[in-house]
Write a protein that binds this ligand. Structure first.
Ligand SMILES: NC(=O)c1ccc[n+]([C@@H]2O[C@H](COP(=O)([O-])OP(=O)(O)OC[C@H]3O[C@@H](n4cnc5c(N)ncnc54)[C@H](OP(=O)(O)O)[C@@H]3O)[C@@H](O)[C@H]2O)c1
Length: 235
């Protein structure tokens, strides 16, 4: 049985990926900080199959070490976890602890996954970056930096952990719960962005889930950033 671990699988893109891989008959472990969120996700997923859940904070080494010890082995790991609380806005106004938290979870956490996955993951690791690495807007600089650095991390790990494949999926704007915490008029922003994008719509978590399974399943793709952004980099 193919085992897939989804760190960040309690909501948004990670949860959509969990639905997809369960529906395809794979075994799934979802990981996140909040036990309540994981329990809600397990209830949602029960229509597709039984998902295991492990609470862990990707930014804490002891949690990541314990997670891999507990799960033992996995064919594929997908990482969608990131703490982006309070990091949007001009750099001068962003609290340093918030900036550190996004780097700790998005970049350092990804490195911890590479560290503890060695010898335990056999197929692939896929990280999630984001469009702001390629289209900074003056209000997302530290997130953009963490996202951009993920590509270099994946290139390095793709060489180091070979034949395990390591890739990055870079989403554009996707309608997920993260937007509830960003503090902008989501509907107005989505309408304006949809008009601008060549795809003429905002992405869905399912668009991203399909791209994740494609990266997991294609044995010749490694050390690559796959952009799933509706053409956002072009406009
Ligand atoms: N949505 C977009 O438009 C968009 C665009 C570009 C890039 N992205 C990136 O895509 C990824 C997925 O985002 P999403 O839209 O699916 O957001 P989401 O619904 O907020 O999902 C993020 C998940 O990560 C978990 N998480 C957060 N911090 C964690 C930590 N320290 N350790 C373990 N789990 C943690 C959260 O659960 P807990 O809070 O319970 O831990 C949550 O389930 C993120 O990296 C985000 O930056 C999103």
């Amino acid at each position: 049985m193919t085992e897939v671990m989804i760190i960040g699988g309690g909501s948004g893109m990670g949860l959509a990926l969990a639905r997809t891989v369960l529906a395809e008959g794979m075994d799934v472990t979802i990981v996140g900080r909040s036990a309540d969120r994981l329990a809600e996700a397990q209830a949602d997923l029960s229509a597709y199959g039984k998902a295991a859940a492990v609470p862990a904070d990707i930014g804490r080494e002891e949690d990541v070490a314990g997670l891999f010890e507990r799960v033992g082995r996995a064919d594929h790991v997908a990482v969608t976890a990131a703490d982006v609380t309070g990091v949007y806005g001009p750099t001068a106004g962003v609290a340093t602890e918030a900036a550190r938290a996004v780097v700790d979870t998005k970049l350092f956490g990804a490195w911890l996954v590479g560290k503890y996955a060695a010898g335990r993951v056999t197929g692939s690791i896929t990280y999630t970056s984001g469009i702001n690495a390629y289209r900074p807007n003056g209000a997302n600089t530290i997130v953009a930096a963490a996202n951009g650095a993920l590509a270099s991390l994946a290139y390095g790990l793709a060489v180091e952990l070979a034949p395990v494949r390591v890739n990055v999926l870079s989403p554009g704007w996707v309608d997920t719960p993260v937007w509830d915490r960003i503090g902008m008029d989501r509907q107005a922003a989505f309408t304006e962005m949809a008009e601008r994008l060549p795809a003429r719509r905002i992405g869905t978590a399912e668009d991203i889930a399909r791209a994740f399974t494609s990266l997991m399943g294609n044995g010749y793709v490694t050390g690559t950033v796959l952009h799933v952004d509706g053409g956002h980099r072009l406009v």
